[in-house]
Design a protein around this ligand. Structure first.
Ligand SMILES: [Zn+2]
Ligand SMILES: [Zn+2]
Length: 669
């Protein structure tokens, strides 16, 4: 009989080929393992089975196998136990089958047609069609209960290899039309395996737990529609999602996180705060800014312009469309066309709406002869661009088709590149800090597949970025292949209040466009030279940044940028005049103030202000009127701040803003 070598804890053992991992555990007296990390020994690597086919589990890619799997090649094995990170994959995938079994017990095996049931980052899902039933969220508790019952039964799980004919016969008897299609996609010669738990069988490659009782803590979270094979010409199945962890505590933490995510959804907040809307008659992914959102945006833009001006940037404005020759020269039509809106014809010319501002800024640079004495030149524009995104990925403000970048192009000499990149990077970090983003990760994105330039150019440019990051003493990681088509970049991903990372700032080194557009400057030698170009955006886009900021702050914007900073609430009609006087004083001091003179009760007025997340509510009644005071409620503080005179309140507000903006670092001269 053929033998294989198994390496365990540095010891080598010999077993017959095809022995299951569970049997190896038994022989080696390894107890309680639910699977193994399998690493083929070097000399037998080529025998490793192909895994990408029919793989509805990510586990097989990472070399995680269950105890049922026969080992057909020499390998090193590391047992996986309950509670381990590697074991999550096995457990979550098993739960997908337990879900399928629960459905078949509730609705009848023949009525349940199964698609695929892989794991997700925090759980699992199964795509299903239940004959004559449209599952709803209300059905989930009942299904979950059945799943718990199956876990309790602690059914042993078996792996069985079938011939193609046997598999086809079995799954046509079960009415599993989707599984039959999967069987047809398995190439000849590949093993066809089913897993059996109790009397429930399912086509699968694993990995699975030794028995259903070893499953961890789980919850079915929601249902969504999903096309079979992800294709819109195929039937729409129902995707049932679940989350699963080893411990109750981990599950609870994750469910709390999901609650937080829901609460912070910027689409919900954007509506409540009256910030923005999207109108299908205007188009998907195109944002309409409502007055409150527009006022916030105005404050944001003013702030950005001021900060850029301080740092030696010059303002420019450019149109939204440009002729095709521009995009041919830039390389966009060759490398970026699928991201662009389709062309427009006019006067026998072809125009495109801009996906980027760069060629326009280059045209401004080229509008006159430039001398080395002018460099570095830093052109800044809040430039609105349009990019084609698949309708399925559009998401509130975060993924849109039209957006305004806080875009700048720095044109400089080779000697100036390092300082300019460092300056741009420091600038970005300083600005992000003002919004409370003081934790971040820096990525250096390297050459993508579709790109221009020589390897040598990419190397020089990438090293320039690395040097700038290192000069500032910052840590970084690589994002291999994540660069722009014209050069490598530095990306900054900020961490939000609940631990999620969002990409905002980007600094890109470009050795390509200066060449393509034949940009030159006259050097001290009176000869033309090629400048370098840096593209950079601090917030990325106003839209995306706003989405992220809303989620980060849960809508409680910093006082300095809140569209309405204070709302004055008179308790009764007789306090209206005094309320107006208070509002006037605050406005004179430069604050953005509203006054609610509606007939509604104080409670209703407070609820309205709460929903708008106005930072301060000022309540005025008899006592306040008599003593010339205001009673202040702080939204962020989450409590009554007591009574103060109007002057004291003005001082209080000024101090708050100073604290917030105190983070703005003045640029080095
Ligand atoms: Zn499976
Ligand atoms: Zn650019």
């Amino acid at each position: 009989m053929e033998k294989i070598k198994v390496l365990f804890k540095g010891q080598e053992y010999e077993f017959p080929k095809g022995i299951t991992i569970g049997e190896i555990f038994e022989k080696l007296n390894i107890k309680g393992a639910i699977g193994a990390v399998v690493k083929p020994l070097e000399e037998t690597k080529e025998e490793k089975p192909k895994e990408e086919l029919l793989s509805d589990s990510k586990a097989s890619e990472s070399g995680i196998y269950d105890v049922h799997t026969p080992l057909t090649y020499s390998a090193e094995i590391k047992p996986i136990y309950k509670g381990s990170k590697e074991g999550l994959e096995i457990m979550r995938h098993t739960l997908a089958h337990i879900l399928a079994q629960a459905l078949s017990e509730i609705y009848g095996r023949k009525n349940v047609h199964l698609g695929i049931g892989p794991t997700t980052e925090n759980g699992f899902f199964y795509d299903v069609e239940v004959e004559g039933v449209h599952l709803k969220e209300e059905d989930l508790p009942k299904i979950e209960e059945k799943m718990r019952e199956i876990v309790k039964r602690d059914l042993p799980i078996e792996r069985i290899e079938l011939s193609r004919e046997e598999a086809k016969k079995l799954f046509s008897e079960l009415g599993e039309k989707y599984k039959l299609q999967i069987i047809d996609r398995i190439p000849e010669g590949e093993p066809i395996t089913i897993y059996k738990q109790g009397d429930f069988v399912d086509l699968c490659r694993g990995p699975h737990l030794p028995s259903t009782g070893k499953a961890g803590e789980f919850k079915l979270s929601h249902i969504a529609g999903a096309y079979w094979m992800g294709r819109s010409d195929q039937p729409m199945l129902q995707r049932i999602y679940g989350v699963a962890f080893w411990t109750k505590k981990d599950l609870k933490n994750y469910l709390n996180f999901l609650e937080e995510v829901k609460k912070r959804d910027h689409r919900k907040l954007g509506k409540e705060l009256e910030f923005f809307t999207i109108d299908q008659n205007i188009g998907a992914g195109l944002i309409l800014w409502l007055p409150r959102g527009a006022l916030y945006r105005k404050l944001l833009e003013d702030f950005l312009r001021d900060e850029h001006y301080k740092r030696g940037y010059q303002f420019v404005y450019t149109p939204h469309v440009g002729k095709s020759v521009l995009w041919e020269t830039s390389g966009h039509l060759e490398f970026y066309k699928e991201n662009m809106f389709p062309p427009m014809e006019m006067d026998n010319e072809t125009y495109y709406v801009k996906p980027m501002n760069c060629p326009f800024h280059i045209a401004i640079y080229k509008s006159k002869v430039r001398s080395y004495k002018e460099l570095p030149l830093r052109f800044f524009e809040l430039g609105t661009v349009y990019r084609y995104e698949l309708s399925g990925v559009l998401h509130g403000l975060l993924r849109v088709r039209g957006f305004t970048q806080d875009d700048a192009h720095i044109i400089c000499t080779e000697e100036q590149v390092n300082d300019e990149i460092k300056g741009a990077l420091q600038f970005a970090l300083d600005i992000l800090k003002v919004f409370g983003f003081d934790e971040y990760k820096i990525y250096i994105s390297t050459r993508p597949e579709k790109s221009v330039g020589s390897d040598r150019q990419w190397e020089v440019a990438t090293n320039a970025l690395i040097k700038a990051v290192e000069d500032l003493g910052l840590d970084y990681e690589y994002d291999e292949g994540g660069g722009a088509f014209y050069g490598p970049k530095i990306d900054i991903k900020v961490k939000d209040a609940i631990g999620r990372f969002w990409q905002l700032s980007t600094i890109q080194f470009d050795f390509n466009l200066p060449e393509r557009f034949d940009m030159t400057y006259i050097g001290p030698d009176n000869k033309p030279h090629r400048p370098y170009m840096v593209h950079r955006a601090v917030l990325g886009s106003i839209e995306r940044f706003t989405g992220v900021l809303l989620e980060h702050t849960a809508g409680l914007l910093p006082l300095w940028i809140a569209p309405t900073q204070v709302v004055v609430l008179p308790i009764a009609d007789r306090h209206n005049e005094y309320a107006k006087k208070v509002a006037e004083t605050l406005k004179r001091e430069g604050f953005r103030v509203e006054i609610d003179l509606s007939e509604e009760s104080l409670g209703a007025k407070i609820r309205k202000a709460e929903l708008l997340k106005i930072p301060y509510m000022v309540v005025v009644g008899d006592k306040e009127m008599e003593n010339n005071t205001v009673s202040v409620r702080g939204k962020k503080e989450g409590k009554n701040l007591g009574t103060m005179t109007v002057d004291e309140f003005v001082e209080f507000l000024k101090k708050r803003i100073e604290e917030e903006k105190g983070n703005v670092v003045e640029p080095k001269k």
